[in-house]
Ligand binder design. Structure first.
Ligand code: HEM
Length: 172
């Protein structure tokens, strides 16, 4: 996302600031979460935006670029509406667990409410990725042609990780 929007030299600055060597990433391998967090903070520093704004933008970019480019067939077979897709997302994450090493995907619980509302709960052993998820949800709703706005973000009490409820309202 940084390279597409700002060019390689800016990304090199981000990597240097984060102290992440250029050869840290291998396709289909996991890397330490610490690297993700350092890159998010360094990107927001270099671009002069706050971390949550950067993570939200990254969530949207991931759906509009990565998901659209690399996983289009998988997305289509997972659901044709936002509700159906999110309802099958845990199964999708489970199905690919043999492909990725040291894999700890999040869990989503979705419920359709009256008056064009939908609640999506996000449960993860990680912290700090809520804004990434809000970007993912907004972009996904656009992808399914059901644009939605996040009305409320409610943090539920957990001893570890994150449990957040996003209250979505369909636009229009
Ligand atoms: C074909 C589509 C998808 C693939 C291949 C995929 C794969 C993955 C992988 C490999 C991880 C890293 C987990 C780890 O290393 O421990 C991950 C994490 C994650 N995925 Fe997916 N995913 C897909 C779709 C989605 C979608 C549509 C969403 C949107 C709601 C989503 C939400 C997340 C989140 C929020 C994380 C961050 C981990 C966390 O919160 O703990 N994924 N996914």
């Amino acid at each position: 996302m940084v390279i597409e929007g700002h060019g390689e030299p800016i990304w090199d600055q981000v990597m240097a600031k984060a102290g992440v060597p250029g050869d840290s990433f291998l396709s289909m391998r996991s890397y330490d979460d610490e690297i993700t967090y350092r890159l998010a903070v360094a990107s927001s520093d270099v671009l002069g935006i706050d971390v949550d704004t950067a993570l939200h933008a990254f969530g949207q970019h991931w759906v509009n670029h990565t998901l659209a480019r690399d996983y289009d067939a998988l997305v289509r077979s997972t659901g044709s509406t936002m509700l159906e897709f999110l309802g099958n997302l845990n199964a999708l994450h489970d199905r690919i667990s043999t492909t990725f090493l040291d894999y700890q995907p999040p869990e989503f619980r979705v419920s359709e409410l009256e008056n064009n509302r939908m609640d999506v709960e996000y449960i993860s052993h990680r912290k700090g990725l809520k804004s990434f998820v809000s970007g993912l949800l907004v972009a996904l709703s656009d992808r399914f042609g059901e644009p939605m706005t996040i009305q409320e973000v409610e943090d539920l009490v957990v001893s570890d990780g994150t449990h957040t409820r996003f209250k979505l309202l369909m636009d229009g």
